[in-house]
Design a protein around this ligand. Structure first.
Ligand SMILES: [Zn+2]
Length: 323
């Protein structure tokens, strides 16, 4: 058995899978909004312990724990830096060492979007394709590229579809630049836009729904509920997000011309098929090869894709994989 953790800005999702990739245990915890990296590491360890208990295995007996993390990853040293969607994680933190100490298992870390893309390629909607673009619409907007059956990492920063510029001198992005896709579509940026307009007097139910649900941020579920209630501001902001995503995906396809686009991420999965279709429609006017668009699919592994992909970072010894 191996464990995987999807470390997101909103939630920490852990799974324990067997050698065939079947999920034997799982736990989801909210990502701490206060404190710092050490507090996040404690929550991550707790989530793995619970998932391992469900699977009937001690954490020290796991073949390993894979982590899909945001930020800049030094996989060899197990260090995560500049994970800006996590609390006080501007600097570097030895996440691998912290979890090895807490769980007694070896740990491997890779980029959250890379592992989610690899999971869809190995076990999900990407199985039929040799090239694809994964679009993960969540707290931020991440992108994963597969070319010739292999992830394309560039020099380490490839696939940043969230920071494709869709409006020159546009809205400020959490990355500090202007006019990025994420400035319009990332859950974090959307929340700031909503708060700003709410303070300026725009009517919206978003924050009431948030409080009613006992949340301290506008989660994907809060957005979905507000859209269901025909909240005007929610619709306006999500319409802008859809347009930005459509333009960003089209621009990326105009360069890469991959065989398929796969949509995942917290917001992407929560809003689901109707919004996948709308992003595809928003993409069309910008797509150069518009007579021949690639299939635009929903991620198949759903909420657990990132965590399963993280677990796949732990390669099993040949004998165990064969049995
Ligand atoms: Zn940006």
């Amino acid at each position: 058995m191996r464990a995987g953790i999807d470390l997101g800005g909103t939630k920490i999702q852990a799974v324990v899978i067997d050698d065939e990739g079947a999920v034997k245990g799982q736990e989801r915890l909210p990502t701490p909004t206060k404190g710092g990296p050490a507090d996040v590491a404690v929550a991550m360890a707790t989530s793995v312990r619970t998932a391992a208990e469900q699977a009937g295995v001690e954490t020290a007996d796991l073949s390993g724990v894979g982590i899909g993390s945001p930020g800049v990853i030094d996989a060899r040293r197990g260090v995560v830096s500049s994970a800006r969607n996590l609390p006080s994680w501007e600097g570097s933190f030895k996440l691998g060492a912290a979890l090895t100490e807490a769980l007694g298992a070896r740990v491997r870390i890779d980029n959250d979007v890379n592992v989610a893309t690899e999971a869809e390629l190995a076990l999900g909607a990407g199985r039929p394709y040799r090239s694809m673009l994964g679009v993960f619409w969540g707290t931020g907007v991440g992108g994963g590229i597969v070319l010739r059956g292999r992830p394309w990492l560039g020099r380490g920063a490839a696939g940043e579809i969230g920071h494709v510029c869709v409006v020159i001198d546009g809205a400020r992005c959490p990355c500090g630049r202007r006019g990025c896709v994420e400035a319009y579509a990332g859950r974090k940026a959307l929340e700031e836009r909503a708060r700003h307009r709410h303070e300026k007097g725009h009517k919206t139910e978003l924050f009431k729904i948030m409080e009613k649900r006992g949340r301290d941020r506008l989660t994907s579920g809060v957005w979905a509920r507000a859209l269901d209630h025909d909240d005007k501001l929610a619709h306006k902001l999500i319409d802008e997000a859809v347009d930005a995503l459509g333009a960003g995906v089209a621009s990326t396809l105009n360069v890469l011309d991959v065989e398929a686009v796969i949509l995942g991420g917290g917001l992407g999965l929560r809003l689901g098929e109707p919004y996948r279709k709308r992003i595809e429609e928003a993409m069309m006017p910008h797509l150069f090869s518009s007579e021949n668009p690639p299939p635009f699919l929903m991620a198949e592994l759903g909420d657990l894709g990132g965590a399963i992909g993280a677990a796949l970072l732990i390669k099993l010894p040949k004998t165990a994989a064969a049995s």
